[in-house]
Design a protein around this ligand. Structure first.
Ligand SMILES: [Zn+2]
Length: 219
């Protein structure tokens, strides 16, 4: 997960700072990019990076002032020019749907992908296996929202070589260890109790004298 600031200015762009936009790179986590606000010329800023508009999965708009949304129509068009057919989700205060649909209609811009709008910014607005997005109303002259992104714990990686060396046979027990469960394995006279440390980063192996070889333990 990486944050890339595409613009940190307000009101109008300067040579040093473009208007607001922030990219959250989730390429490793989900192969996509999330954008927060799309100020004017955000796509020009993107040209100076390795970001690909077709990889943008979600766009979150904090509020409807122009310095946060005037770059949106052009970016949507470029995402279409790149031939993307993947849906794009846009979250924002009430009015963002009307803004986008009006610009696209008047400019006769036809997109190659559908846009899903979400203008109901209350509490938890998105959750899947990997991420949670929550909102909170901020203090500004028009309705403005903050977004809190939480990454869920990543699934653990099983050290198959080590588990095999400790006597765990291939099959259901390996799968059980991988999903965070426990099992007992017996090698020669020693039983070894194996378990995940729960962090997903490593596996902890506890020495234990088990009665039955390769039986899942209930504790
Ligand atoms: Zn504002």
């Amino acid at each position: 997960m990486q944050l890339l600031f595409l613009g940190t200015g307000a009101g109008m762009p300067s040579k040093q700072r473009n208007t607001s936009s922030l990219a959250l790179k989730l390429l490793e986590e989900r192969g996509t990019i999330w954008l927060f606000d799309v100020g004017e010329a955000t796509q020009h800023q993107i040209l100076h990076t390795t970001l690909k508009p077709r990889k943008i999965e979600k766009i979150f708009i904090t509020h409807l002032h122009g310095d946060h949304i005037f770059g949106l129509p052009g970016l949507l068009g470029s995402r279409s020019f790149q031939g993307s057919d993947q849906p794009l989700e846009i979250y924002g205060p009430k009015g963002i749907k009307e803004f986008v649909e009006s610009v696209l209609k008047i400019s006769r811009t036809h997109l190659t992908y559908p846009i899903l709008f979400n203008e109901k910014l209350e509490g938890r607005i998105f959750e899947d296996d990997t991420m949670i997005v929550e909102t909170a109303l901020l203090d500004h002259v028009i309705p403005s929202y903050g977004y809190r992104i939480t990454q869920k714990p990543r699934p653990p990686k099983l050290n198959i070589e080590k588990a095999t060396a400790l006597g765990v046979p291939k099959g259901p027990l390996l799968a059980k260890l991988k999903s965070g469960g426990r099992c007992r394995a017996r090698r020669r006279q020693d039983g070894k109790k194996l378990r995940s440390d729960g962090s997903g980063a490593a596996w902890v192996y506890l020495i234990h004298f088990g009665r039955h070889p390769f039986l899942p333990s209930g504790d």
